[in-house]
Design a protein around this ligand. Structure first.
Ligand SMILES: Cc1cc2nc3c(=O)[nH]c(=O)nc-3n(C[C@H](O)[C@H](O)[C@H](O)COP(=O)(O)OP(=O)(O)OC[C@H]3O[C@@H](n4cnc5c(N)ncnc54)[C@H](O)[C@@H]3O)c2cc1C
Length: 440
């Protein structure tokens, strides 16, 4: 059966044994036929994008018993692979790659590598590619996100991004040569890259345009102590400093300074890879994400969207969410597959992500806004601590640094909309679940 695992290093893999798949297939094909016996027109489902969301969609379709054709288009030429290890074990050379352990042939999933979807023609139900149109009965858009580039940096030697296996492969020698590196952006990817670069012995400067870390993600009282994570690791962290340009061997700053750089790694965010949908009639939101509904359907009949490329409305949090994290690319496809096969499932997850940086394991579950009440469990200047966010007493999110038990308990409590006693929760010696007053 399909198995998605997340190792302690954050690495993950889907493995699927063919025999088990067929056993599963038979059972689910029966239930699938029961459910959609009125819709025999769905013979061919095309999935565009073979990252976690696209691959998991194909696997989930088989797992849930879809007997028809599944075609998976991938712009990349590599066997589909997982991204989190790219800034961790793959970058450090501890793993050669992170290919998903999926038996595509055994699952009868047609994998078309190196084939970019150039456009979508919903009227004729076709995806336009350089090798001709690919017809579909149902379509899943899973094209993920692409990194935002630094203006003027295209083609400048020594400037790198970190999104793909090719990017990680290109950066490995940079680390091996212990080059002096300037990282632009102190977000999650910038921090993880800086960690790997320091482990490799490179001198590292991180330049962040905002005047503090993780603006818009975490309040200052939590993010300010994180500065010490950088400095204690030997990283020169510069905040409130804007980059005006890059040139071979240097980064120019707006204040006129020039930083020598044997390599420049740009980690200033990613945006949904939806340019190919221009003119298709698929509605996009202001972030360029596909504007999906709570069933992950687009506005065009028969077309779904999932993963980093799609936003969806969350009743749980009362707002539209665009999530660029691994867990969303694993969970969303199960809902998409179920709905493709005739169910009527709502997607309203408790978001989750992890990051490994500067020797710390950082985990976050849920979603908070500035107005939510913050409850500290331990000192953010210490080695391990958590913070909870409460909305009218209900636990809505939790950040845990080196406290995986808090995360595990908190995640369940958020799912149950548990009301928490703030004073009890503030004692890190008391298990979080002991702070529950009531739960749904
Ligand atoms: C270096 C790195 C480290 C990360 N670490 C973590 C972590 O520690 N924890 C965490 O929670 N999350 C992490 N993430 C985020 C997580 O990996 C992503 O959220 C997840 O990969 C999203 O999966 P996806 O399938 O939606 O998109 P993607 O993985 O981006 O896959 C989309 C695929 O579609 C292809 N594609 C795009 N356009 C087209 C087209 N027109 N035609 C055909 N194919 C196309 C792309 O080439 C790509 O292969 C990390 C991401 C990166 C880059």
């Amino acid at each position: 059966m399909p198995r998605v695992t997340q190792g302690s290093d954050g690495a993950s893999g889907i493995s699927l044994r063919t025999a088990a798949a067929y056993r599963y297939g038979k059972r689910f094909i029966r239930s699938y036929r029961d459910r959609v016996s009125d819709d025999r027109s769905v013979r061919r489902i095309v999935v565009v994008g073979a990252g976690m969301a696209g691959v998991q969609t194909g696997v989930s379709l088989r797992e849930q018993g879809f007997p028809g054709e599944i075609v998976l288009l991938s712009a990349e030429r590599h066997q589909p692979y997982d991204r989190p290890p790219l800034s961790k074990s793959v970058l450090l050379g501890a793993a050669d790659g992170s290919a998903f352990e999926v038996d595509f042939a055994g699952l009868n999933i047609e994998l078309r590598l190196g084939l970019h979807a150039d456009a979508l023609l919903p009227e004729t139900r076709q995806v336009v590619t350089a090798e001709g149109p690919v017809a579909y009965d149902r379509l899943v858009i899973a094209t993920g996100a692409e990194p935002i580039t630094l203006p003027g940096s295209a083609g400048v030697p020594g400037v790198y991004l970190l999104r793909t296996l090719d990017d990680a492969d290109a950066l490995r020698p940079v680390l091996a040569e212990k080059r002096e590196i300037v990282v632009v952006g102190a977000g999650w990817i910038g921090a993880e890259f800086a960690t790997a670069a320091r482990v490799s012995g490179c001198p590292v400067t991180v330049v962040e345009a905002a005047d503090r870390l993780l603006v818009g993600v975490l309040p200052a009282e939590i993010s300010e102590p994180m500065r010490d994570w950088y400095t204690a690791s030997g990283v020169d962290l510069m905040t409130g400093v804007k980059v005006s340009g890059v040139e071979p061997g240097a980064v120019r700053l707006e204040d006129g300074r020039r930083l020598a750089a044997g390599a420049v790694v740009v980690g200033i965010g990613a945006r949904p890879a939806t340019g190919w949908l221009t003119g298709s009639g698929i509605a996009l939101d202001t972030d360029h994400a596909v504007f999906a509904d709570d069933r992950l359907r687009t506005n065009v009949p028969g077309v779904y969207a999932v993963g980093d490329c799609a936003s969806f409305p969350s009743a749980r949090y009362g707002e539209r969410l665009l999530i660029h994290h691994w867990d969303n690319a694993v969970q969303g496809p199960r809902t998409v597959a179920a709905n493709l096969l005739g169910s009527d499932e709502i997607y309203d997850p408790v978001p989750y992500f992890w990051s490994e940086q500067f020797g710390r394991f950082v985990q976050y579950a849920g979603h908070h806004v500035d107005a939510d009440e913050l409850v500290h469990r331990g000192d953010p200047a210490g080695a391990s601590w958590s913070v909870c966010w409460l909305r009218d007493g209900t636990l809505v999110s939790l950040l845990a640094v080196g406290r995986p038990r808090d995360l595990a308990q908190g995640r369940k409590l958020i799912e149950r909309s548990a009301v928490i006693d703030a004073a009890t929760a503030a004692d890190p010696a008391v298990p979080l679940k002991a702070a529950v007053c009531s739960a749904a």
